[in-house]
Ligand binder design. Structure first.
Ligand SMILES: Nc1ncnc2c1ncn2[C@@H]1O[C@H](COP(=O)(O)OP(=O)(O)OP(=O)(O)O)[C@@H](O)[C@H]1O
Ligand SMILES: [Mg+2]
Length: 328
């Protein structure tokens, strides 16, 4: 018998392409990232000594980046809503509904994967073009170097968004192995040591010895730690203290978990932002090049490990406390 909830749910058809609006944007994107984009770059390379060589590039950027961001943003939003819908399916939903939902997620993964692939190649060509121009162009105009730098930064940002997108939609498989959490944390901390020194941040370690091994994808978990450490550093530009604590939380055999707490003494998070910080593309640091993907990806990774992430302002002192748990 059909579950009543089935009737209430919107169509399970692949909705990304349902509106002409999306189709228009996809056409725009395909045109921009296809051969024509490459041709524009190549023709620019040939004519880089002409009076206004940057016009081609500027035109390319004006059209390319809004299209890229808009498309990726829509795609990710859609992906997230579908994920949440899948996760909200509970025992009452029919098996058929779950299977359709999973099928739809797979289709989205394939789409995201191919879009990311198509976008990365033209970006790499543009980047090579910029490097070539940097070497060859001799000009008195000091702005030229600056413009080339802005372009390189913009490409780096777009590349980061694409990498984040791939990670968020987890295309690369999770490689779960029993791992020592403390040594992974030590590795992440030593990776960030230069930044701690640069910002005069003191690191206080309180890592419990003898923790049981935790099943995890080490690379992905390290990325979570680094995302959180980076946020803490960015919240303490003029120095502060970073506290890192690990503990075994033993509330009965069935609920054993390890707990990781990372605290900073930084600017804290305004109350009104607290429930938005895990959202895709939510950032208060856009002008410094942040894309607002760090916590969205981190919470996704924690969920995939059967763990949790919680972020709160510290009580009675400035700064933020991030609490992660992982089952053991
Ligand atoms: N330790 C922290 N202190 C203060 N604010 C924080 C902290 N951690 C996160 N935030 C807030 O949460 C927002 C979202 O964080 P998130 O890591 O997802 O994105 P981001 O750091 O802005 O960009 P990205 O990580 O993609 O470079 C941040 O822009 C910041 O406003
Ligand atoms: Mg971040």
């Amino acid at each position: 018998m059909e579950s009543p909830e089935c009737k209430q749910r919107p169509s399970l058809k692949f909705q990304v392409f349902n509106s002409p609006f999306y189709i228009l944007w996809i056409i725009v994107l395909i045109v921009l990232f296809s051969e024509s984009a490459v041709m524009i770059v190549l023709s620019f390379l040939k004519s880089f000594l002409s009076p206004n060589p940057f016009l081609h590039f500027i035109l390319l950027f004006v059209f390319l980046f809004p299209a890229l961001y808009f498309f990726i943003y829509q795609l990710l939003k859609f992906y997230q809503s579908q994920r949440e819908e899948t996760q909200n399916l509970n025992g009452k939903d029919s098996e058929l509904l779950k299977r359709l939902q999973e099928q739809k997620m797979k289709e989205i993964e394939v789409l995201v994967n191919s879009v990311a692939h198509e976008v990365k190649n033209p970006l790499a060509i543009i980047l090579q073009g910029i490097e070539y121009i940097k070497d060859k162009l001799k000009t008195e105009d000091g702005n030229v170097g600056l413009i080339l730098k802005y372009m390189t930064d913009a490409i780096d940002r777009a590349d980061n968004v694409i990498m984040g997108l791939l990670e968020f939609a987890h295309f690369s498989k999770f490689d779960m192995v029993p791992s020592d959490l403390n040594s992974l944390m030590e590795k992440a901390l030593s990776f960030m040591q230069i930044e701690f020194d640069r910002h005069r941040i003191r690191v206080m370690r309180d890592l419990e010895g003898g923790l049981p091994p935790v099943q995890m994808d080490k690379k992905k978990m390290e990325r979570v730690f680094i995302n959180i450490l980076l946020n803490a550093i960015q919240a303490m530009p003029d120095g502060g203290t970073l506290g890192v604590k690990t503990r075994l939380k033993d509330s009965g055999e069935a609920k054993r978990a390890v707990l990781i707490q990372i605290e900073d003494t930084g600017i804290g998070i305004p109350k009104e932002s607290l429930d938005r910080i895990f959202g895709l593309f939510f950032t208060t640091k856009r002008e410094s090049g942040s894309s607002g993907l760090g916590l969205a990806i981190s919470s996704q990774t924690m969920r995939t490990h059967g763990g949790t992430i919680a972020i709160e302002n510290r009580v009675g002192s400035p700064g933020v406390r991030v609490t992660l748990t992982l089952p053991v």
